[in-house]
Design a protein around this ligand. Structure first.
Ligand code: PFF
Length: 472
């Protein structure tokens, strides 16, 4: 089979396994870890939420990360092309991922723009006893300022993707990701050494299961998919730049671990400060933009900590949004043979325009609602995170578990012995193309293979389906 049938020869490759891991972990580590995860923990019963998240991560998230990267590495193409190589009838799953990409890129960079603004704000004095809730509301409801900061963020995003896989995405991920980890540890040490911070640590690790409802579980599923960048094809696209010689399992498995580590470290960095300064842990989305600036203002070395914290946020948001953009750009390059520069320019422009109504939904358009009283911004977030990403995940699991070369199945393998008579060798899993891809044609070990197959075939589709039904 000619797997390069409609790819262009210059689509790019990672220069090292480390480069891939930094880029893919960069995609995963983002606002989901630093902004959403801590406030979801705060709102949904502390570690009760963490326990549910961890279970879903282990039994659904990690196996699907491996599945998604495998499809990409197999196809060496964008999501539509890679699904199309499994079966032309499956291309629409990839296309659905592209639509999800546009929706994500409509709202995600808006928050990226907020970070640019708050980074700038870290250095300017906002006067005696400022009202941070008002500062946030005034800024986000301003008709032009958030669009200017959205533009600045979008330009950074654009430049990195336009520079290409090796010289842009890989190079900058290798700088931004390690820097991000170092900054996170510095911030964490600073907040843990505040007086009264221990209450926050206790809050994180003391479960309150009474807060766990169906809705909380759905938001935990959404969070697993969002945080791992699963279900739209971003990881698939990154997987397509892996070479056929790389150890796919080994490189993939570190991504969910880095992602979860950062989410936990971020929570441990933020919650103790919230408690030390007697703020409300369940503040929700305003935690980072209202509560934290107020805390930084009161903290010794606050200006420094605030500045490095928003640099950390900026790096996290950028490495994620470049992966969303790359998913769309790779499709234009593979399918329509566009030059990277042209593809990136046009798509970046379209998503910038899509971002404007999302940004205005905190001001001028705040009364425009789409789903059950949700603003344009919240509707895009809900549609992408809670519906389209998990749906993309179910379809991917069904595709790998049941469709790709007849699906993953358990069979008695019979071969002929020297005399030509059938000889039962073993009961085992048929090495179809998917398993062949993960194991580099059977030459590499694939730990937990049976468990993985069981999860991809049965657990992941059923659990996501049941949670959907429960919420509808
Ligand atoms: N994983 C990113 C985060 O946690 O912020 C968000 C994300 C990136 C979602 C890429 C989906 C995606 F394809």
């Amino acid at each position: 089979m000619n797997i390069d049938n409609n790819s262009s020869s210059n689509r790019g490759h990672w220069t090292s396994a480390f480069g891939f891991i930094m880029a893919a972990a960069g995609s995963a580590v983002g606002l989901g870890n630093l902004w959403k995860f801590p406030y979801l923990v705060g709102q949904n019963g502390g570690s009760a939420f963490i326990v549910i998240y961890a279970l879903l991560l282990l039994f659904i998230g990690i196996p699907l990360v491996i599945a998604e990267i495998t499809i990409g590495r197999f196809g060496q193409l964008n999501p539509v092309g890679s699904y199309g190589l499994i079966s032309p009838k499956l291309k629409w799953i990839g296309a659905m991922g592209l639509v999800t990409g546009f929706i994500l890129l409509a709202f995600y960079p808006v928050v990226g723009g907020w970070i640019v603004y708050y980074l700038y704000h870290s250095f300017v004095s906002v006067g005696e006893n400022p009202d941070y809730a008002k500062i946030f509301a005034d800024y986000t409801s301003n008709p032009t300022l958030p669009i200017i900061t959205l533009f600045i963020f979008s330009i950074l995003n654009y430049i990195i993707v336009a520079l290409g896989v090796e010289k842009g995405i890989e190079k900058y991920s290798k700088i931004m990701m390690p820097a991000l980890l170092v900054i996170l540890v510095i911030v964490m040490i600073r907040t843990l050494s505040l007086e009264g911070s221990w209450e926050g640590v206790k809050f994180i690790f003391q479960p309150d299961f009474s807060k766990v409802t169906g809705k909380v579980i759905l938001s935990a599923v959404g969070q697993v998919f969002f945080s791992l960048s699963l279900g739209m094809g971003a990881l698939m696209t990154y997987g397509s730049y892996l070479s056929k010689k790389d150890n796919l399992f080994k490189s993939s498995i570190s991504i969910p671990f880095i992602d979860t580590l950062v989410a936990l470290l971020a929570t441990i960095a933020i919650m103790p400060a919230v408690f030390a300064f007697k703020f409300e842990p369940a503040a929700g989305p305003s935690l980072i933009f209202v509560t934290l600036p107020a805390i930084f203002a009161k903290m010794p070395m606050g200006v420094f900590i605030s500045a490095i914290f928003f640099i950390l946020m900026l790096f996290a948001a950028l490495t994620s949004s470049i992966s969303m953009l790359e998913g769309l750009v790779s499709y234009m390059i593979d399918r329509w043979h566009w030059k990277r520069f042209t593809a990136t320019t046009i798509i970046a422009l379209i998503v910038f325009l899509l971002g404007i109504p999302c940004s205005l939904s905190f001001g001028m358009l705040k009364d425009v609602t789409i789903f059950s009283n949700k603003t344009i911004f919240d509707s895009m977030d809900f549609l992408a995170s809670n519906i389209l990403l998990p749906l993309g995940g179910i379809l991917m699991a069904i595709c790998v578990g049941w469709i790709w070369d007849g699906g993953l199945r358990y069979e008695t393998i019979i071969v002929k012995n020297q005399k030509g008579n059938p000889d039962v060798i073993t009961n085992g899993y048929v090495f179809n193309s998917c398993l062949m891809e993960i194991t580099n044609q059977g030459t590499l070990n694939f730990p937990f293979m049976s468990a993985w197959i069981f999860i991809v075939k049965w657990v992941a589709p059923l659990v996501i389906f049941l949670i959907f039904i429960d919420n509808l």
